[in-house]
Write a protein that binds this ligand. Structure first.
Ligand code: PMP
Length: 359
């Protein structure tokens, strides 16, 4: 057949959505399977969110507010920045892609640590940019000094994932200060803080507060994780006005839906409940980390809502063994396994499966 699509995409790995719990439960003959594979929070939509979506549903025959004014205003006030510095998108992953489109021409470079978020190489490749990958350090985190050294004349954007998906590691204030001082002014630094709400180490900087005024820094956040809106696809960024305006130009029109806007406004009124839920996740994260370490695995400290098991060649087999026991985790072949923190009962089921898998 005549080729219709780009040949270079053949070699590009797909984003892996993870196994469906319903399919696995059916296969194993269980009433339900446990999904600890996508870094969601397990407690259901926040109070008021379903009502807000229901109310917004009566207007879905109309396009959404493309300016996303009410939500952007709320976010701007919440973070103490001007409205023109805020942009929203169909998940923060879409915003990351928009930033690449807004900064890179074919042949330019996007620099990131590896292993990190699996969308980064896909975003670079589909933008036509080259991926410059700096290997993670021995502790599974970013080597910011090596990243600064790797910047070339063609580097347009650097991605710093803090905390890092999938390893849970984070970079500290002094390291990041030094790194940002070393990056040339014409290179955009994206601080991807999808897991910010789970950070408890006070030495891990909040990018918005610490670096929001640096002209070449963009902070990416999402409502998919702590705020429980993964299914509605909504993220936001804070950048200098020119960068935010460029992003709003390349954004897919109307990609922040009416229901997403309404749900996000309702969710953002629930800060206290979000803090309560995050505290539960954090205490479970620490419990799971200790328990897995007792099984002999060197789990790096996590500041996110997941833990990383650096199992190397055993990763795929470990993932399969957990699935056979009804628990879906996220293996990265040849490297490690990422396990999302769920409810205490879900975590117990994972720990039992892990013990059996490693026996
Ligand atoms: N950044 C990181 C580091 C992530 O792990 C994720 C989700 N897995 C995202 C961004 C994207 O989240 P969303 O598109 O749901 O906002």
């Amino acid at each position: 057949m005549t080729r219709l699509t780009r040949a270079d995409l053949d070699a590009l790995p797909s984003y892996v959505p993870g196994r469906s719990p319903a399919d696995l439960a059916r296969e194993l003959g269980l009433s339900e399977a446990i999904k600890l594979a996508s870094n969601e929070v397990p407690y259901g939509p926040l109070p008021g969110v379903v009502e807000a979506i229901t109310e917004a549903a009566s207007t879905v025959h109309r396009y959404p507010d493309m300016g996303v004014l009410a939500l952007r205003t709320t976010l701007a006030e919440r973070h103490g920045v001007d409205l023109d510095r805020v942009a929203t998108g169909c998940g923060s992953v879409a915003l990351c892609e928009h930033l690449a489109r807004a900064t890179c021409l074919p042949g330019d470079e996007i620099l990131y640590s590896w292993r990190s978020f699996e969308a980064y190489p896909i975003i670079a490749a589909t933008t036509g940019a080259a991926s410059l990958r700096v290997p993670n350090n021995a502790g599974h985190g970013h080597d910011l000094d090596a990243m600064a050294d790797a910047i070339t004349d063609r580097t347009r954007m650097v991605l710093v994932c803090n905390p890092n998906n999938p390893t849970g590691t984070s970079v500290r204030r002094a390291q990041l200060d030094r790194f940002l001082d070393a990056v040339p002014d014409d290179v955009l630094v994206v601080l991807d803080e999808a897991y910010r709400e789970f950070v408890t180490d006070t030495d891990v900087p909040d990018g918005l507060r610490a670096y929001g005024d640096r002209p070449n820094v963009v902070v990416l956040r999402t409502l998919s994780k702590a705020w429980g809106l993964a299914g509605l696809r909504i993220g936001f960024l804070v950048a200098q006005p020119e960068v935010a305006a460029a992003v709003r130009k390349v954004v897919t029109p109307f990609s922040t839906s009416t229901t997403a806007q309404a749900a996000a406004l309702a969710a953002l009124q629930q800060s206290e409940e979000v803090h309560r839920r995050c505290a539960l996740v954090v205490s479970e994260r620490d419990r799971v980390t200790e328990a897995v370490r007792k099984l002999g695995i060197e789990v790096p400290d996590s500041q996110a809502n997941f833990v990383w098991l650096p199992l190397g060649d055993q990763s795929a087999a470990f993932g399969a063994a957990c699935e056979a026991r009804g628990v879906i985790v996220r293996p990265f072949q040849g490297d490690g396994v990422r396990v999302t923190i769920g409810t205490p009962a879900e975590n117990d089921a994972f720990l039992a499966a892990a013990e059996a898998a490693l026996a």
